[in-house]
Design a protein around this ligand. Structure first.
Ligand SMILES: NC(=O)c1ccc[n+]([C@@H]2O[C@H](COP(=O)([O-])OP(=O)(O)OC[C@H]3O[C@@H](n4cnc5c(N)ncnc54)[C@H](O)[C@@H]3O)[C@@H](O)[C@H]2O)c1
Ligand SMILES: O=P(O)(O)OC[C@H](O)CO
Length: 325
């Protein structure tokens, strides 16, 4: 198996190290020379995965054409807002029938589309799958046990890729609910910003538990309205990832929310996909007439329309209602 990972950041490097360890001929395509050189010579990626020793067998390249042409299977591991551009970049080099596994967790701002729809527009012939679930790059790269979901429209492709991409400490469950897997991954990031803000503002563990629980209600309502299956939203890529991301400052979204809650400067923080997905998630909820007060509140805070304290006051003052609504 010749596998190429496009994207030399934290998640791309972690996944590439899993497959180099599994014995696949793995190429990590990184845009910058410094990352590629560091992976090839020092077997580390200090910018994105500090302190993790990468397998000697992992090779990095800055040449997109060869990285794509030589692959039997490609993982696209770049931020959601750059996915369309990357899909266009690889188009001239992609061999027919080579599956693409999409690993970003977000919604394209301009179109409101999830990753699989964005890439299908640019590469309509390519077999597509999405990979998502509770998985910190540092944990996966360190070989800690992790379980995630891989979805493809065709059940056979989902099962085949899940078998191929599972490893000793990286267990993959197959699904055919691509949209459900993508919706969970994108929405949990927005909710993790709110959870981080609750933590950063010092509102206590009870408030955090309430926020995560009501956040799950929103994730389910909005996810189902978008076409996701309920069981997917309470699976690894929905509830599972919500729990992980809302409970640890290891999450960049949670950490970003904490900084907001503490009133700290957020410029210069690491990639927090929820920041880019919040406004579009809020818009999708309005368009679908779905009640999503936490998502709407996060969007308002990020746009500077609401302070964290005002947001808390408003959420607590909403009319009382039945829990199942
Ligand atoms: N880090 C994690 O633990 C984790 C886990 C699961 C999923 N994800 C998801 O994976 C995606 C990527 O996250 P990450 O942690 O690797 O982010 P990151 O910020 O660590 O790295 C992003 C990488 O993408 C590269 N990149 C950006 N635009 C590019 C382009 N046009 N062409 C080629 N490369 C480009 C950057 O150079 C960088 O190396 C996100 O959607 C994230 O939500 C991350
Ligand atoms: O660091 P975050 O917040 O992007 O979360 C990383 C993964 O999505 C967790 O599953």
């Amino acid at each position: 198996m010749r596998l190429t990972v496009i994207g030399g950041g934290a998640w791309g490097t972690a996944l590439a190290s899993v497959y180099a360890r599994k014995g696949f001929a793995t190429t990590l395509y990184a845009r910058d020379e410094a990352t590629a050189e560091s992976v090839n010579e020092a077997h580390e990626n200090p910018r994105y995965l500090p302190g993790i020793a990468l397998p000697d067998a992992l090779r990095a390249s800055t040449v997109l054409s060869i990285s794509v042409e030589s692959a039997d299977l490609i993982l696209l591991v770049v931020p959601a807002q750059t996915l369309r551009a990357v899909a266009c970049d690889i188009r001239p080099f992609l061999e027919p029938g080579v599956p693409l596994v999409l690993c970003a967790k977000g919604i394209e701002r301009e179109t409101g589309l999830f990753a699989s729809h964005v890439v299908a527009q640019e590469l309509p012939e390519a077999p597509l799958a999405v990979l998502s679930g509770p998985s910190f790059a540092q944990d996966v790269a360190a070989g800690l046990p992790t379980a995630v979901t891989l979805a493809a429209e065709e059940g056979d492709l989902a099962e085949e890729l899940s078998r191929t991409l599972s490893a000793d400490t990286f267990r993959i469950y197959a699904s055919t609910d691509m949209l459900g897997v993508e919706a969970g991954g994108a929405l949990k990031n927005v909710l993790a910003l709110a959870a981080g803000a609750v933590s950063g503002r010092g509102l206590g563990a009870s408030a955090l538990a309430a926020l995560v629980t009501r956040g799950l209600s929103e994730l389910r309502r909005l996810g189902e309205a978008l076409g996701a299956r309920p069981e997917t939203l309470t699976g690894l890529s929905g509830l599972g990832d919500l729990v992980l991301t809302c409970s640890s400052a290891q999450s960049r979204n949670f950490a970003y929310g904490q900084a907001l809650g503490r009133g700290e400067d957020v410029s210069g923080l690491k990639l927090a996909e929820g920041v880019h997905s919040a406004a579009i998630a809020a818009r999708l909820a309005r368009e679908k007439d779905i009640e999503a007060p936490i998502v709407q509140t996060v969007a308002a805070i990020l746009e500077g329309r609401l302070s964290v304290d005002e947001a808390i006051g408003r959420l607590m003052a909403r009319p009382l209602k039945r829990e199942e609504d």
